[in-house]
Design a protein around this ligand. Structure first.
Ligand code: C5P
Length: 332
């Protein structure tokens, strides 16, 4: 038995993520890299709305808000196709009619915030609900579909703070942070392609991983977040976390000027500044959203007067947000 298909639109919030740590453990035979990384979802999110659209034709995608790049590269349509293939056809299988998808894009793309993978995970989840297909795709099969679409997508299916290992397919949920620590995101206006950063990393490391120090920090943080950590205790670790990203040096080569922006922000805010994923998003932790908002105003003024340099073609985005903690999940 499958549950009834939905005829009303299915709405999903697709959160951004931040890497509090990112250790590259080593290069794999398939060209990807084994990672050890603590991921947290953020309040910053895209909004995905999915509705069945008749019985014939193709899935469609309409994007509003920020530039999401070329439509034919968008992971949302790929995720829906992969989900349809996994549901399959035949007796006992629900119909998988074309879907009309609207995506309100608020997470900057190619920023190290996982927006594309999050949209993909939300699309998998929403398509399953729209088709009434939850009985035919259990959690393990959804994870497989997600992993086939993007390395970060399995994390977003759970939407909880997690230790992410392997290529991204091993996701261990963590208790996370108590409270709602603020995060200031500063996203320099330069798109960074993840494969370019890994290629530079490999060039410098000859296929092996980082020197082990980030891996050790990542292990400690995963253990602490496994038990649950207060916002105050997380902030006390900010200095160590801000340098716990093995991709920092490679990202700085791919995005010239990134180190200067990071240094200027450290001077301006008097706080350690971390890098999310393969960049270029820089982050700072605050006890609350209010304090992150105040810092955003300070950074906007400093970008305006040039004391924080502008790099890339687009203006920097400055976004105060919070870490999503506990059990809020990815769904509305
Ligand atoms: O899976 P996804 O398309 O997000 O990965 C983008 C690129 O990032 C891959 O082509 C690969 O170059 C790199 N990558 C990696 N190891 C990972 C995740 C991504 O090498 N664990």
């Amino acid at each position: 038995m499958t549950e009834a298909a939905h005829h009303t639109p299915v709405v999903r919030l697709a959160p951004a993520k931040l890497n509090l740590t990112l250790a590259v453990v080593g290069r794999r035979d398939d060209g990807f890299h084994d990672l050890h990384s603590v991921f947290v979802p953020l309040a910053l999110h895209d909004v995905l709305t999915v509705a069945p659209a008749g019985t014939r034709g193709r899935d469609t995608l309409h994007v509003t808000g920020l530039d999401a790049g070329p439509l034919d590269e968008n992971l949302v349509l790929r995720a829906i196709s992969a989900t349809r293939a996994a549901v399959g056809e035949g007796p006992g299988r629900p119909a998988t009619p074309p879907l009309a998808v609207r995506l309100e894009k608020r997470i900057p793309v190619a920023a190290g915030l996982g927006g594309g993978s999050s949209d993909a995970a939300a699309a998998i989840d929403a398509a399953i609900e729209a088709w009434g297909a939850s009985d035919v795709l259990d959690e393990a099969r959804r994870d497989d579909v997600a992993a086939s679409v993007g390395s970060d997508a399995p994390f977003f299916l759970s939407g909880r703070p997690a230790l992410v290992e392997g290529r991204g397919e091993r996701v261990t949920p963590l208790t996370g942070v108590h409270g709602h620590p603020g995060i200031l995101l500063v996203i320099p206006g330069v798109a960074v392609r993840t494969p370019d950063v890994f290629a530079v990393f490999d060039g410098a490391h000859g296929g092996s991983g980082g020197d082990g120090s980030v891996r050790m920090t990542s292990g400690h943080l995963a253990q602490e977040l496994g038990n649950g950590l207060s916002a105050t205790d997380l902030i006390a670790r900010a200095g160590v976390l801000a340098s716990a990203n093995d991709l920092l040096a490679a990202a700085a080569l791919v995005a010239p000027g990134l180190i200067q922006v990071r240094r200027a922000l450290t001077r301006l805010l008097g706080k350690p500044i971390g890098l999310s994923g393969s960049g270029p998003t820089l982050w700072t932790l605050y006890p609350s959203l209010g304090e992150a908002e105040a810092a955003a105003t300070t950074v906007e003024a400093a970008v305006g007067d040039g004391s924080v340099p502008s790099i890339g073609e687009r203006p920097a985005s400055i976004i105060p947000t919070t870490i999503r903690t506990g059990h809020e999940g990815a769904a509305t």
